[in-house]
Write a protein that binds this ligand. Structure first.
Ligand code: SF4
Ligand code: SF4
Length: 379
């Protein structure tokens, strides 16, 4: 049986337009009651990276959150929401985004992801044990609300990657340390999703992010909401819209290989997906890996060839976020020239997790390929 992805045009974040679009998508998939039942506790997981207003397109738009919550509430299910952002407090971030206010108005309760429990996962291909937020484990099911965005490490952030937020707080940094190679990081994410098994994913692609994502990129109108119970198929659909080869996205290739979903056997229902393809979507289509092998012998190559985070001193406010989130000990970006001036990267220590680039509030960190890497790649 092919995976089904519903594709629905939605050109604005006008609340009733989004509500109708989400309703149409759910109907195309057989109705909300196919995924959620009246006696169940369902957790909504938006993409809540940081506190940023919706015009920055960093997070799932509150209108999409609202529409999904309203449709699922009609089934009689009890709804909660939660996330563990990369930096700072989830509720404070959600208030800035507008999701907290929408949730309060709809009676969707906040579930704190700060505490987690260890879960054994013998079926894991790579990871046999995870610590997952208790709120996720205590829910009957999870509905995930990814945002269509580019990502420096994984090239795109979508349905599968959105579950990384189910790992509480700073434990996420440990995974970056244990899996500095992007392929292994993607494998971990696939195992995480094989464990959590979200019921449904609804992707906010009304205005996506291109370029220096997942935080510092630019808005790009796409005008689509897509949804599926198959998260790999949904991410493959997102790649098609971004004109990005899905073979470059590890969560898709390993997701298909490890039976999380299908990237190749997809039935599209609703509007014609080819009508949403943005041929010049600014995404990383280079065949060059975003990290090295993660092995010690890769260190020199990493320094000379592999893309790296670079601070623009003209934009940097010396806020220290990058220093605080760097998972490497001792830190690979630090106050080498003292506080009050831009921090300095040590590329020999840097594992290329791009957490600093992801969370810089000033969009002051870009990912750049060193000159030798550009030369080699040209061949
Ligand atoms: S997070 Fe960005 S603005 Fe803050 S110190 Fe680092 S580079 Fe500068
Ligand atoms: S400097 Fe940035 S990319 Fe390098 S390890 Fe630290 S957070 Fe990751």
């Amino acid at each position: 049986m092919p995976a089904t992805v519903a594709v629905v045009r939605c050109d604005t974040y006008d609340e009733s337009t989004v509500y109708d679009a989400v309703g149409r998508g759910l109907d195309l998939l057989g109705g909300a009651s196919r995924f959620v039942h009246d006696v169940e506790r369902i957790l909504l997981k938006p993409n809540l990276l940081v506190g940023a207003t919706p015009d920055k397109v960093v997070n799932t738009h509150p209108a999409v959150f609202s529409a999904v919550a309203r449709h699922l509430a009609e089934t009689g299910a009890t709804l909660s929401w939660g996330d563990s952002p990369g930096f700072g407090n989830a509720l404070a971030a959600a208030r800035k985004v507008g999701i907290a206010q929408v949730a309060e108005a709809l009676g969707v309760t906040y579930a704190d992801f700060a505490d987690g429990r260890q879960v054994s996962f013998p079926e894991g291909e790579l990871i046999k044990q995870f610590v997952i937020a208790s709120a996720v484990l205590d829910a009957d099911g999870l509905v995930t609300l990814p945002k269509l965005k580019t990502h420096a490490l994984t090239r795109m952030t979508g349905a599968v990657k959105n579950q990384f937020g189910c790992v509480p707080g700073m434990l996420k940094g440990e995974f970056h340390m244990r899996m500095p190679d992007v392929d292994r990081f993607a494998q971990m994410l696939v195992d995480l999703n094989r464990l959590i098994r979200p019921r449904l994913a609804v992707m906010d692609g009304v205005i996506g992010m291109e370029g220096n994502g997942p935080r510092g990129g630019d808005p790009r109108h796409v005008g689509v909401i897509m949804m599926s119970e198959d998260l790999v198929a949904l991410d493959a659909a997102a790649c098609r819209v971004m004109n990005l080869d899905p073979a470059l996205v590890g969560t898709i290739t390993y997701g298909e290989r490890w039976n999380l979903g299908s990237a190749t056997d997809i039935e599209f229902v609703g509007d014609d997906i080819d009508g949403f393809v943005v041929a010049d979507y600014n995404a990383n289509r280079s065949r060059q890996a975003t990290t090295d092998s993660g092995k010690p012998k890769g260190t020199l190559a990493k320094r000379l060839v592999v893309p790296r985070p670079v601070i623009d001193p003209a934009k940097c406010t010396a806020c220290g976020t990058c220093v605080a989130v760097c998972p490497v000990t001792p830190r690979a970006v630090d106050w080498a020239n003292g506080k009050g001036v831009p921090p300095v990267h040590d590329y020999a220590k840097c594992i290329r997790c791009y957490c600093c680039q992801e969370l810089c509030p000033e969009r002051a960190i870009d990912v750049q390929v060193p000159a030798l890497g550009r030369l080699l790649h040209r061949k």
